[in-house]
Structure formats: structure tokens, C-alpha cells
Design a protein around this ligand. Structure first.
Ligand code: SF4
Ligand code: SF4
Length: 365
């Protein structure tokens, strides 16, 4: 297993994220199946296990505490997070976490999902002071934050404390799409080591379109798509741990293999991967230019270009992004499929089909 020096410790480059554990019919964590994944990873040298107060409806921390019990405490690192957004006092959450994890200390502790709307809350309402104090007491060994916000907020948050590490969403698609490159550069410049979350974009980069997938397979037939994603991140020296939320033993096997035998992508393979990613984005998106030729003839008065923009986000980010149509009235759900718009679209977009897909995506299961 590849390791890196991270906060002065030798830590595995692959970390286990405990937010997508296998579950049973009642949607509860399947202890035996999930523990088998942990055991497989631990035995291949993984020593970084990440969880959070809110994962699996609060069950993930208790699971991890039990699953790790058979291993010497000093042989692995636990990472967990404080969620400002649940509205509980830091002391209440932290004491509960130590109990659930069955430990006296947390190795890597994060303020969870810092963003534009909660950054001030984290900084000014006592959470940061409380966790700094816990670090002084030795109950937290390294203090950091996970981040989902704008570059301005990131800069401000970085300057607010002497952080030991941080966790950001990074993968070859978000390198350009969600300011991934800029976030990485801000943190590297500030000397803050990076843990990566969503390296495979919540599983979305584990499946591309058939021809983009074939382009990658043609170059390295024995590499899985997640392996391409991990190798892209291995190029970045300030990325210390890459978290993967594994749900099956097969994923654990494949990931352990990549992080044991695999090397970082070459410049040539990186250029190919970024090109393939651009082609993939075009293939799954509609090429709406926002010209609005279609708008006036819609009998339902739907803001069609807005729906097209939401559709593209939905194709890249998943079903939850389609929910944004409901902020507009009228929206894709009101489309009667008359086709007046499609006849006027210079890009040849099959607008009624797009509307139907959006409608289906927002239907509850
Ligand atoms: S197909 Fe739907 S979106 Fe297009 S013009 Fe008719 S009602 Fe409007
Ligand atoms: S006519 Fe086509 S390209 Fe122009 S705004 Fe409508 S959907 Fe988009």
C-alpha cells in the first residue's frame, strides 16, 4: 500500500470513507458485509478510516467503532466531523462521537461541509474555539475542515485558523468544473495538506458513455475507470489521502490493487483523460446556447433555456440536481410535448424529450 507523510505520520494514500456502506433490506448497515470491506482494506495496509456524525443516519460512527475494535488503536487513524447544520452543541456531539467510536481521541477531526452559508457560524459561534480546546487536551490530534463553497469563503476560512489539514471534492471532472484546481492551489499555497473526497464523483466516473469508456480501455485494457480517476489524483503532491466510499468487496479489491501496484498517470494519459472527459460532458449534455428562439412559442410559457441548464447539471451531478426545476413555475412538469420549441431550435435539441427526462428524474421513488 502506498503511503505518504501526512501531519507527520505515515498514512495510507487510500482512505476508507464510511458513508456508502452495504445495507440490508431495512436500509441498516449490514455489519458483516461492511466489516469484511474494512478487514480487507486494513489487511492491505489502509490505516485511514473516515466517518461523520451524520453518515448512515448516525449509525456509521457506531459501526466503525465496533468494526475496528479488534485492531490495536494505535495501528489506525479515525477521522470524523462536527456538523454545524444539525443545530447541536459541539460538546454534546463530540462526547457522543467518542462513545460511538469507542475511543478517547479522534486522530483527524473536521468541521463538516463548511460553505458560504455556514462559515461564519463555524467561526463565530464557539465551534472552532471548542475544538481547538479539545486539541490542546489531546482529544483531537489534528484539526481541519471539509469544504463545499466558493473560493472567497475558502480563502477566508483558511486565514481564520492554523489548520492541520482539509478535505475537498476533487476528481478529473471537477478539476475544471467546480474550481477543483483553484481550491487545490489555494490550499497548497497555504501549506495545508489535502484529503480528497469524491475522487470518482459519487460513482459517476465509474461509468462513462460506451465510446468514451472504449477510448480509455484501448490504452490500458486492465485499468478500471475508478483506477483512472485515482491515478489522476496521485499526480498531485499535496493530496495525501484519497477517500473512497466503498460498498462492495470487489471495489475494495480493485482500489487496494490500484493503490498498491498503480502509478500516477503519465502526462500523456492525463491529457487523454481530460480530453475524454470533455467529450463525455458534451455527449451527456444538450448544446443549448441560450439563444431563446424557442421561448416565445411555448404555449405553457416554460423558461426552456433554464430547463436545459438544469438538465446539463442533472446529467453530470445526478438526480438531486434535477430538483432545481421545481424552483421555477412553470417548469418541465408542465410541458405538453407539443414540439413547437424543437422546430425552432437551431441546435436541433429534442426539447420535449429533455423535458420528459427531467419530469421522470424528479418523480419520487
Ligand atoms: S414541447 Fe413543451 S417546452 Fe416545448 S413548446 Fe411545447 S410545451 Fe413548451
Ligand atoms: S432554441 Fe435551442 S439553443 Fe436556443 S435557447 Fe432554446 S433550447 Fe437553447
Amino acid at each position: 500500500m502506498k503511503t505518504k507523510l501526512f501531519c507527520g505520520e505515515e498514512i495510507s494514500c487510500l482512505g476508507m470513507g464510511n458513508m456508502r456502506l452495504p445495507v440490508n433490506d431495512e436500509k441498516k448497515i449490514d455489519f458483516d458485509a461492511a466489516a469484511a470491506i474494512i478487514d480487507r482494506l486494513y489487511n492491505s495496509g489502509v490505516n485511514y478510516f473516515d466517518t461523520a456524525y451524520v453518515y448512515h443516519g448516525g449509525e456509521s460512527e457506531s459501526f466503525l467503532g465496533k468494526a475496528m475494535k479488534k485492531y490495536p488503536r494505535e495501528s489506525f487513524r479515525l477521522a470524523t466531523k462536527f456538523p454545524y447544520f444539525v443545530g447541536k452543541a459541539p460538546t454534546e456531539v463530540f462526547e457522543e462521537q467518542l462513545k460511538k467510536l469507542d475511543t478517547d481521541y479522534v486522530d483527524f477531526y473536521l468541521l463538516h461541509a463548511v460553505g458560504d452559508s455556514n462559515a461564519d457560524g463555524y467561526l463565530n459561534e464557539g465551534a472552532l474555539d471548542y475544538f481547538r480546546e479539545q486539541k490542546k487536551l489531546g482529544r483531537i490530534r489534528h484539526l481541519g475542515f471539509s469544504f463545499h463553497g466558493s473560493l472567497d469563503t475558502l480563502r477566508r476560512f483558511v486565514a481564520a485558523n492554523d489548520w492541520d489539514f482539509t478535505q475537498i471534492q476533487l476528481n478529473y471532472m471537477d478539476w475544471t468544473l467546480q474550481h477543483g484546481k483553484e481550491q487545490y492551489e489555494i490550499l497548497t499555497e497555504a501549506g495545508i495538506p489535502v484529503v480528497v473526497m469524491e475522487p470518482v464523483r459519487g460513482g459517476r466516473l465509474a461509468k462513462l458513455t460506451p465510446d468514451t469508456e472504449a477510448e480509455l480501455k484501448a490504452v490500458h485494457p486492465d485499468w478500471s475507470l475508478p483506477s483512472w480517476a485515482f491515478r489522476f489524483l496521485m499526480r498531485l503532491p499535496n493530496v495525501k489521502v484519497i477517500l473512497s466510499g466503498m460498498s462492495t468487496l470487489e471495489q475494495a479489491e480493485d482500489n487496494a490493487k490500484t493503490f498498491t501496484e498503480g502509478e500516477a498517470l503519465s502526462d500523456e494519459d492525463t491529457a487523454l483523460l481530460l480530453e475524454v472527459c470533455e467529450r463525455y460532458k458534451k455527449q451527456v449534455s444538450v448544446p443549448c446556447t441560450g439563444c431563446r428562439y424557442c421561448v416565445d412559442d411555448c404555449p405553457m410559457g416554460i423558461n426552456i433555456p433554464e430547463m436545459m441548464e438544469i438538465y446539463n447539471k442533472f446529467k453530470l451531478n445526478g438526480r438531486h440536481a434535477a430538483k432545481a426545476i421545481e424552483k421555477q413555475e412553470p417548469n418541465a412538469k408542465d410541458c405538453i410535448g407539443c414540439g413547437a420549441c424543437a422546430a425552432l431550435c437551431p441546435q436541433g435539441i429534442e426539447i420535449p424529450k429533455v423535458m420528459e427526462e427531467l419530469r421522470e428524474a424528479v418523480k419520487e421513488d
